[in-house]
Write a protein that binds this ligand. Sequence first.
Ligand code: ZN
Length: 236
Amino acid sequence: MVSVTVWNEYRHEREDDEVAEVYPDGIHAALADALAERGHDVTTATLDEPEHGLPEDVLDGTAVLLWWGHAAHDEVEDAVVDRVVSRVRDGMGFLPLHSAHHSKPFKRLMGTSCSLKWRESGERERLWTVEPGHPVADGVDETFVVAEAEMYGERFDVPEPDTLVFLSWFEGGEVFRSGCCYRRGSGRVFYFRPGHETYPIYREETIRHVIDNGVRWAAPDDGPSPTFENVDRYEG
Ligand code: ZN
């Protein structure tokens, strides 16, 4: 069981009927359901709450933070971004999902533009599990399909992942690194691509299973807390 906070921008679902039909209670609710039914302790937070729902005490109780944003990345206050990034470096797990590739915390943690190609035309996506021994791939098939997806194509301007677990092919011919694992400081980051707001992708069992795996992998463990200081000799 991991203490998870699911953060969602929560604008499309309130402003666009087509999206509201797919996620009537918000994308965060669908993700929270998936994780709660797999035994995690889940809370949610959204952009329009005070401090975007992420005051210090919420982050104190968060082992892994999921992040879904798209249209309002720029509205996320830098003070909250600073707080999230510093928590990740101190060990909090972080799962930016789909269009969170352009979220402020992910871009800050990567240090690159995190830009990509995209096309929204309901294309078939075939994902390949290219690192089957990784914990994020536990119990996942070698290949699986999202029937209707927004295309994301390379180049995806991120640093080379520490481990690339999933690779996507789209029927228009593009490929994309869809499951990228990083370590930043003491924290673990898993970027997972599927999840456009007009397709019910977060209701698919395989996708929910991968996100659960990502949460378990990214959760901090009980390693030592390093100190950074001028020190005396330990030996002789
Ligand atoms: Zn999208």
